[in-house]
Design a binder for this molecule. Structure first.
Ligand code: NAD
Ligand code: TYD
Length: 337
């Protein structure tokens, strides 16, 4: 099978391509990526010469190039990871998020329709449900109440997918996963930012009081879930994916765990001005994907430890990223907080 994977030079997409190329020798994978600041060819350096791996540089909102790629490679299925993904950047500059996460998804759906693609899997997020009250776990049928320009744009993408299902009967699926962590995550997200700051002996900026709750899942567990939904998911359905941490872990607790692993104390924490519109808690009900046969394999303690080791052993990878545009971004985000 020839599968188009968009956004495969990013954090989750690159981990997913590595997972698929090793597991399915009968698949050809075509990675279509715009190479934004988050798209890094080094993420897939180890497989770039693999004959079953191809790369096309392009924007998913460019319908002519999407159509040409589908025809050139005789694409049969599409998995869409491509997105602008950082909430803080979406607060600064929401327009790019609409272009990629909403319009780009629409362009892919039009191509699915035109070329009768056999399966389209949209990689979405639990953030589309918005803030969740303590004790409640979002179900796939819950109303979408996104709070940030990022989550609103992802919700816009999901709604396009569901509308194309209903109207044109397209063979679509959606996954909505909680916060991922692991190797190759761009150091703007909390864990790689904090791990690399601590290694560099820099303080870590905790927003507000750090009492917000995210449900941290290792990227390998997410990749397994995407693989399962792609192969066994029921067409037209949405599947939540999460770690269901019990007890739940606040940002401050996660920060302290990270400091502890790196042998540093709480004096490294700097409490800074809160994020605008900051969602307090995300939590999803994963019973539907569990019925398909998925379960989390990596607990947070061991996953955090191996992730920290990866950033300790791959300083060249992230030191290159923490320069140039990143420094300008960091200054904009953090200097007046
Ligand atoms: P990332 O920011 O690390 O990577 C995004 C990738 O998409 C980059 O390679 C970038 O170059 C590419 N891209 C961006 N705009 C594009 C465009 N217009 N055309 C083609 N490529 C484009 O993101 P990530 O953390 O790997 O997230 C991947 C997907 O998973 C996203 O759809 C995101 O919403 C979703 N998701 C992420 C998380 C998380 O915790 N990171 C959790 C749940 C869902
Ligand atoms: P982030 O990794 O940006 O993911 P998301 O906003 O998609 O959940 O942020 C995770 C949590 O960490 C979120 O509650 C915001 C918080 N946070 C900080 O406290 N400090 C930081 O420097 C960053 C980047 C995030």
């Amino acid at each position: 099978m020839k599968v188009l994977i968009t956004g495969g030079l990013g954090f989750i997409g690159s981990n997913f391509i590595r997972h698929m190329i090793n597991k399915y020798p009968e698949y050809d994978l075509i990675n279509f990526d715009k190479m934004t600041y988050a798209g890094n060819p080094e993420n897939l350096k180890d497989i770039e010469d693999n004959k079953r791996y191809n790369f096309v540089k392009g924007d998913i909102a460019d319908s002519a190039l999407i159509e040409k790629t589908i025809q050139d490679f005789k694409i049969e299925a599409i998995i869409n990871f491509a997105a602008e993904t950082h909430v803080d950047r979406s607060i600064e500059n929401p327009g790019e998020f609409i272009n990629t996460d909403v319009y780009g998804t629409h362009v892919l759906l039009e191509a699915v329709k035109k070329f009768k693609i056999s399966k389209f899997l949209q990689i979405s997020t639990d953030e589309v449900y918005g803030d969740i009250e303590p004790g409640h776990f979002s179900k796939e049928g819950d109303t979408l109440r996104p709070s940030s320009p990022y989550s609103a744009s992802k919700a816009g993408g999901d709604l396009q997918v569901m509308a194309f299902r209903r109207t044109y009967d397209l063979p679509v699926l959606i996954t909505r996963c909680t916060n991922n962590y692991g190797p190759y995550q761009y150091p703007e997200k909390i864990l790689p930012l904090f791990i690399t700051n601590i290694i560099e002996d820099k303080k870590v900026p905790v927003y507000g009081q750090g009492d917000q709750i995210r449900d941290w899942i290792h990227v390998d567990d997410h990749c397994q879930a995407v693989d399962l939904v792609f192969h066994k998911g029921q067409i037209g359905e949405v599947y939540n994916v999460g770690a269901n941490q019990d007890p739940e872990v606040s940002n401050l607790e996660l920060t302290k765990m990270t400091l502890d692993h790196l042998g540093k104390g709480e004096e490294m924490i700097e409490y800074v001005k809160d994020r605008l519109g900051h969602d307090v808690r995300y939590a999803v009900d994963c019973s539907k994907i569990k019925e398909l046969g998925w379960k989390k394999e990596i607990n947070l303690e061991e996953g955090l430890e191996s992730t920290i080791k990866w950033y300790q052993s791959n300083k060249d990878w992230w030191k290159k990223l923490k320069s140039g545009e990143y420094l300008a971004y960091y200054k904009r985000q953090y200097s007046d907080r």
